[in-house]
Design a protein. Sequence first.
Length: 270
Amino acid sequence: MSIRNIKSLMLASCLALATGNVNAAANSQRQHVIGVEVNSPLNLPQIQSANNGQPQRPVVKVSSAFNLDTYRLKQIRKRLVRKQHVSYKDLRELADTGDGLAAYRFAKRLMGMGRNDILSDVAHYLSIAAYDGRSYAVRPLVKILKNQNVEFTDSRLEHLEQALLRQARSGDQKALLALAQFYEQGSPFGAKPDLAMELMKRVDTSAYDDKIALRLAASIASHQPLMPKEKEEVKRYLDVADRSDDFGIRAAAKNLRKLINLPQPVGEET
């Protein structure tokens, strides 16, 4: 077997290891129709409506009070901003108009009940807050999405995904990393490995996911000969993979370094 064929097989092995569970997850029932927002600086997808192809935003129930009693709602918000008491009913009513601050405060009130059976509702209100620009809603929203015991309808999942995408477009690191990991593992938004890689390129290196970093390195290394900038980029991703707790990922990173003639990490046996 020629050296060229051996290199090709090694690259294929690295990619196979890095992709791991992606193919299995690709058959997830939770697949969504994704379009592309042309004007987005990150060129990330935007969920499309099945009816008219227009971007969806989290569905909120707009109360008739929003139209008939706007003054009262404004007074509720004033009390909220001033950190005065707002009743459960008033807070929910304001949150349902799409007010991000009210939605976040209402989500916190629900979380305070300590009931796992309403975590899907908590996530819904957190998504309204995140969509409205409240980046501090991302962390608790991601935590709920990682909870395997919480069930979501497909339509609600679309709303949650859209909220995270909006934060990712604004450069929020927590949203970028969470979406990359969700798309890589195929849950809860379905497997989108290419988009996962695109998102990871925008995540701060210190927060990289080792498995995705290895995939990025192997993908770039497959297009040889490498330019100096490409080689440096591969090295940056392999540095992350080298710190993995997974022996298989570390071994694959070591082999890939040998393949493209990169020095092994300091202290690493050769």
